[in-house]
Structures are given as C-alpha cells and as structure tokens.
Design a protein around this ligand. Structure first.
Ligand code: ME8
Length: 525
C-alpha cells in the first residue's frame, strides 16, 4: 500500500561506506555490506519501513591514477567497474534500495549546493599550505606524522613536499561543540570503545581546519567548486555527502529546505534523513565521527543517529593485500559454497566491532559442523521422517519445544534490535542444537517401529516441523536463500520474511509438507 511521506513517519535509514572503485571488491567490502543487509532485512521483518543505501566513491586521485594506469578515461573506468560492483551487490543478495555513484548528477548537484551555501556563510577561507602530501591517502601530513626514525608510515605511500593554495573549512571552531555532543549522545558512536577513542582524540588534540579542495591542475577528477573553477572538491567532502545527497535529491522532508530538491508529487515511503546508522570500518571513523557531524552542524542539518564502526578482516593472521596475494575473493567462495554459506561464516565469525581473521579451515569447519551437520541435518531428517512416517502430514499441535523456541525467538529479536548479529546467530543455533538433541533423545526412528507409540511419534514430528518453520523465519535476515528453500520444503505459502510468524503453534496441523532436499550438501574437503 503506498502512502505519502507525510503519513508514513520516519523510515529506518541505513548506509554503508561507499567503496573506492580502484579495484575489485574483497572480503572486507562484502562483510560490511552484508552486515548492513542483515540489519536492513531484520528491521523489515519486524515491520519497519527501511531504506538501505550503498554505492561507490568514484572521484579522487586514487581513481584517476587507476584509470590512467589502464589507459582509460576516469569516467569510462568507473562505468566499467560500477557494473561489476553492482553485480557484486546482487551476488551477495543485498536488498539495497538505491545504489549511489558520486559521479551522478543528482549527487554532484547537492555537493555544489552545500559548498555554495557554506561559502556564502563564511565557513571557508583560502590559505597557502606548505608541507608534505601523501598522494596515496590524498592527505596532507605534518612533522607530527613522522615516525621516530623520521620516515612516514608506508600506508602513506610516496610523500612529497609541496606548497599550495587551497580552501579550508573552519573545523576547529566546532571542536568543543562536538565533545559536548558526543558526551550528551552516548550512542552516537558505537561500540563504546570507539566512542571513547574519538573523545580521547578530541580532548587531547586541537583539530586542524579541513582542507576541502585540490587544485584542478593537479587533480581534475572531482566535483568543481561552484565559486572557483580552479579547484575541485576534496574527495572526502564529496564522499561523505552521499548519505545526504540521495535523500536531498528525492525531496526528502528530513532535509533542510536549502538543500532539498523540489518534488512534483510526494514520494512514497517515510522520511529518510537523519540516517539511523552509518555502518563503516574502523579506519574511517574520524571522517564519520568528527568531520561529518561538524559539517552537518555547519549546514544546520540534523545529525545522524549512529556511526557504527566494524573491525577489519585479516587472512591467516596477516593483512590482506595484493602484494601478499592473500586477498579473499568473495565471489570465488560464493561460486563454490553458495552465498548463504559465505553470509553465515562472516557474520557468525566476526561480531560488529573487533577485528577478525579468515581461515579456509575455519570457513570449512563451520560449513560442515554448523550448516551441513547442524541446520541441514535437522531439516533433512525432520522432513524425511515426516514424509516417511506420516506421508508428510503435520500431526496435531504439541508444545514440547515451545519454551525453548520462544526463548530463542525473544533473544534473537532483542539481539537484532541491538545490531548484535553474531549473538543472534549463536542464539538461533542454540535452537538448532536443541532440536538435534531432541531427535537423538526421542529417537523417532525407534518409535516408528511400534504402532503403540503413534501418539508419541506424532508429538515428536510436530515439534520438529514447527521448529523448522520458526528457524526459517529467524534465519531469513541472515540466510535468505536457505530460509526460502526451507519454507518451500515445508510447502508454506509466501516468504519467511515476517518476524511475527516466529511464534509457536503457527503451523496448521494437517498441512502436508513438500519434498526435503539437502540445504547444505556435504563436501569432500
Ligand atoms: O574508505 N576488513 O573506501 P574503501 C573489513 N571510499 N573492512 C574493510 C577492509 C577489511 N580488510 N578493508 C576495507 C573508503 N574495509 C572510502 C569510504 S564513505 C563516505 C567513503 C572497509 O573502498 C573500510 O573500512 O577503502 C570501509 O568501511 C569500506 O570497506 C570501504 O573502503
């Protein structure tokens, strides 16, 4: 049912970092997008309206250089890669509502509006910078950035000395405001230790004003300054704005008048801005928790509710890098093991916050123990026995596993509401294990040998079928393909995408289930 925005209230608006298009997507990119997808799906399953935005960061020196390296124009290079990244989003099963590319006119226009307004209101000044510059990180460095031996960290790549006139944004004027804001809004940065990190940084350092331009003669692959054609906008100023420009371009009522596009007809869906969650990696926390809120404050726009910072993946205890040749390619894993096996492993292995480590043995171990022998085996034997002993007809209701299931349903919901995805999977798997133990203890294959046990066998088969149905609903945000297959095998109509269906006794007794087929085929490893 479509309703106008004014009737819909606030939409749950979640974003991911927008990835640089200077290479192929890897495990780290996939993890972040999947975590956002699970949060988005879970909220939709609870009945909330959700808008999930992801996309690409296409301007800046890194992209310009990568394009040059391949002998292409930056735009042609971005267009090619954008197609591959969009395809990647589909392969991951993402349910993003939009896909932003920072080279799109709808985005560029809003960036220029912001620049013009802030310039007119005196938030910028021009000054000469003299010092060091890292092309790789597109950042200016000072003496303070040198390591004790006088060199710069290799993450900066080649560091050159330069003298250059640029525009600066008066960041430091807002430092005490931001400290107060962080203190008064404890959930603005999550996890808490990341918030403490930001507060520590702000209390122990004087913020430097932010250079927001690069001279066009040195870098022309960017959004031109609307008030000075000799400059393009600094890539981070451009990139951060994507979260805001997309709702602004669609006339979102949460966007202040000066940036909101006029719309002829009210859009369907609720108000997006301010965002509920910006999900990002720990390396870009300062941009999101310091620059972004200050920029929004200067724009007199509402501040997003939360910056949620996840950790970084390593491979076999080492940083993933092209040089080491140890970059985990999600597409290769998905082709071999299926998308749900990949989704399961990354979200089960690594909670949102700490760093994680991918090992092939760890992945295969979880696949075999938890997916094939855990969930897969439970579903397969439950449905096979129902077919064999009762012609697939679900017996009358029994409540033997009801309390266990209800506890897990409640726990899963609470954990999902807190974005504790790993915890939710642990809780769901406690029900998988409980039901597998139940099969072992009640031994339905033995009960079936004697007709005198018919009622007991009915009870057991009902409890197993109902647990499988509830598992499909709980699993849907994480393993959508598996959850749908499970619903199909149970011959249930619709999709398992409504959390309210996770309630004991929902299955109609007398219903006939479909044909079981292995959800996670065992693999020779
Ligand atoms: O930083 N493990 O783009 P990006 C986990 N364009 N996450 C990882 C990771 C790893 N090994 N490597 C990268 C940018 N990421 C900017 C963002 S947002 C306005 C602009 C995460 O392609 C990283 O932390 O370098 C970031 O959140 C995302 O992937 C994109 O990284």
């Amino acid at each position: 049912m479509s309703q106008s925005k004014s009737h819909m209230g606030k939409c749950f608006y979640i974003t991911t970092a927008i990835d640089y298009v200077n290479g192929q997507p890897h495990l780290g990119h996939a993890y972040e997008k999947l975590a956002a997808d699970v949060i988005a799906r879970a909220r939709r399953s609870f009945g909330q309206e959700v808008f999930f935005l992801t996309g690409l960061d296409e301007h800046g020196q890194k992209v310009q250089q990568a394009a040059l390296g391949e002998g292409k124009t930056p735009q042609a290079y971005c267009d090619e890669l954008a197609a591959a990244w969009k395809d990647f989003a589909t392969k991951l099963g993402l349910t993003n509502n939009d896909f932003v590319r920072t080279t799109e006119p709808r985005h560029k226009k809003v960036v220029q509006q912001i620049l013009s307004k802030l310039h007119a209101e005196g938030h910028f000044y021009k000054a000469i910078y003299e010092g060091f510059y890292s092309t790789k990180e597109e950042t200016f460095l000072t003496e303070k950035d040198r390591r004790p031996d006088g060199t710069f960290d290799p993450i900066y790549g080649e560091v050159v000395q330069l003298q250059e006139e640029n525009y600066y944004f008066r960041l430091k004027d807002h430092q005490s405001w931001l400290i107060e804001y962080l203190e008064q809004n404890p959930s603005f940065v999550s996890p808490e230790y990341r918030r403490n990190e930001v507060l520590g940084f702000l209390k122990n350092n004087v913020l430097e004003d932010l250079c927001i331009t690069r001279p066009a003669f040195r870098l022309n692959w960017g959004i031109p300054l609307p008030f000075d054609a000799n400059y393009v906008t600094y890539v981070w100023f451009d990139a951060l704005t994507n979260y805001f420009s997309i709702p602004a371009a669609s006339g979102d009522p949460g966007i202040p008048d000066s940036f909101r596009a006029p719309v002829s007809a009210p859009q369907s869906g609720g108000q997006l801005w301010p965002a509920d969650i910006h999900l990002i990696g720990k390396d870009i926390l300062k941009f999101h928790a310091v620059f972004w809120p200050i920029l929004l404050k200067a724009m007199q726009a509402p501040i997003p509710k939360q910056i949620l910072a996840h950790g970084w993946w390593q491979k076999d205890g080492q940083k993933m890098s092209k040089t080491f040749g140890n970059v985990v390619d999600p597409l290769a894993i998905i082709d071999e093991w299926g998308v749900d096996a990949f989704r399961y492993y990354v979200l089960r292995e690594l909670d949102l916050g700490p760093d994680g480590n991918w090992t092939d043995a760890g992945f295969q171990g979880r696949y075999t123990a938890e997916l094939a022998n855990g969930l897969g085996n439970l579903v397969n034997r439950s449905l096979s026995m129902l077919k064999r002993y009762r012609n697939g007809v679900v017996p009358p209701r029994s409540n033997e596993l009801a309390a266990d299931a209800e506890k897990v349903i409640h726990e899963t919901r609470t954990l999902l509401e807190q974005n504790r995805l790993q915890g939710a999977l642990q809780s769901i798997w406690s029900l998988v294990s409980r039901a597998n133990q139940y099969v072992d203890h009640t031994a339905p294959f033995k009960l079936a040998r004697d007709a005198a046990n018919a009622t007991r066998l009915d009870e057991v088969l009902y409890n197993l079928a109902e647990t499988c149905r509830i598992l499909a609903v709980l699993l849907w945000p994480f393993l959508p393909t598996t959850a749908s297959k499970l619903y199909e095998q149970l011959a249930l109509p619709g999709a398992p995408n409504k959390f309210e269906a996770a309630s004991w006794g929902g299955r109609v007794s007398g219903h006939t289930v479909g044909t079981p087929a292995p959800l996670f085929p065992r693999k020779e490893i």
